[in-house]
Write a protein of this length. Structure first.
Length: 108
């Protein structure tokens, strides 16, 4: 196991590696739907729902130390709060999907 992974497991209370991956897989199974929901909310002008969804993705990804998705979530959350619409955020939403696909490949 690499040092980065060891550090994450230690930060999370020395949880077993397989349990960590189980948590990541659970997050991923929800996250794809959440990204779809985020996109729908933004396209439909439901900003409050979009804020709740991105905040949830940000929080869980931070807890799991999934830094790439967490960072993008922070940026998207700030963009939404700053009044940007879907067209301005679409590239970041697509990048989030790409990261989720990569993570799925890594934990399978």
């Amino acid at each position: 196991m690499d040092t980065k992974k060891e550090a994450i497991l230690k930060e999370m209370g020395d949880i077993p590696e397989e349990f960590y991956y189980e948590l990541v897989r659970e997050f991923l199974s929800d996250a794809f739907g959440q990204i779809d929901s985020l996109e729908s909310s933004l396209k439909g002008g439901d900003i409050e729902s979009a804020k709740r969804t991105i905040h949830s993705i940000k929080g869980v990804s931070a807890n799991l130390r999934l830094n790439d998705i967490c960072q993008l979530s922070k940026e998207v959350e700030a963009d939404i709060k700053n009044g940007l619409g879907f067209d301005e955020i679409a590239g970041k939403v697509d990048a989030m999907r790409s990261i989720l696909v990569r993570l799925s490949d890594e934990v399978d």
